[in-house]
Design a protein around this ligand. Structure first.
Ligand code: SAH
Length: 248
């Protein structure tokens, strides 16, 4: 994870658990405190932004600084609470560096939930949920969103399908077959709850492919003539979904 919490607009934003409101105070977490005290060398009066996923974005100032802790106080709301479109990413866990990367980039691309799925060819079976949450939180701070995506517990493929929520459509990234190009397949599709589903390094096995393709709420899509790595495929599909159905 990077040390840098300043997002490209140059403004420092921190996610905190505390309730935010006029005059409310918040104590940042350890990573954030380290950054404020030892990287930014924050002083009383320095300004930053706070969000907590519920109360919108607040401008705040540093009101107390000691060796190990600082206290922040809300001055005024700068944006009301808002959420990203109802898009999930369902992905087979991949090796650590691409997994960190996928979580960060999917957060930037505005997913509401990251759902790991264990498929027959999944190589990586252990998922570090804490690490995923830390990556998601940091990417939310840097990208200007007002929510942090949910990180769900991994589920086996069969259970994913049997417990699939009614009414949530699926963009199934299906390489090497006869799937329609993604932009064409998503044209004129309704908005509402959706999920992008991508496979592991070795792809879905034929049984899993068939099970997905047999479901009425699944739209199989091609991401082009080349075989993409799992992380590239996930991010490409999210970007196209946002362009066609989500935020444009
Ligand atoms: N089966 C392949 C590699 C799978 S790539 C092999 O081993 O040869 C990993 C995942 O990325 C796939 O399961 C699929 O969900 C997605 N993917 C990769 N390239 C794609 C493409 N051109 N179109 C759609 N999905 C793709």
């Amino acid at each position: 994870m990077s040390e840098d919490l300043v997002y490209p607009g140059g403004k420092l934003r921190l996610f905190v658990d505390a309730a935010l409101g006029q005059g409310a105070r918040a104590i940042p977490g350890d990573r954030q405190t380290h950054y404020l005290l030892h990287v930014m060398r924050s002083k009383i009066g320095d300004r930053l932004s706070l969000f907590n996923g519920r109360d919108g974005e607040w401008s705040a100032t540093v009101v107390e600084v000691s060796k190990r802790q600082c206290v922040l106080e809300c001055r005024g709301q700068v944006a009301p609470q808002s959420d990203v479109p109802d898009l999930w990413l369902v992905f087979a866990p991949i090796k650590r560096t691409p997994a960190d990367y996928v979580v960060q980039k999917a957060t930037e691309l505005g997913v509401r939930r990251l759902q790991p799925v264990i498929t027959r060819r999944t190589i990586v079976h252990r998922v570090n949920g804490e690490r995923m949450r830390a990556n998601a939180l940091e990417a939310a701070e840097q990208s200007g969103r007002l929510t942090v995506p949910d990180i769900a517990e991994p589920v086996p493929f069969a259970r994913l399908l049997s417990e699939w929520p009614h009414g949530r459509r699926i963009v199934f990234c299906d390489e090497g077959g006869d799937a329609r190009p993604i932009a064409e397949a998503l044209r004129d599709q309704p908005s509402g709850p959706w999920a992008v589903v991508t496979g592991p390094e070795g792809g879905f096995d034929p049984g899993e492919r068939a099970a997905l393709r047999a479901l009425p709420h699944v739209t199989p899509v091609s991401l082009g003539v080349r075989i993409l790595r799992a992380d590239t495929a996930a991010l490409a599909a999210l970007a196209v979904w946002q362009a066609c159905i989500g935020e444009g």
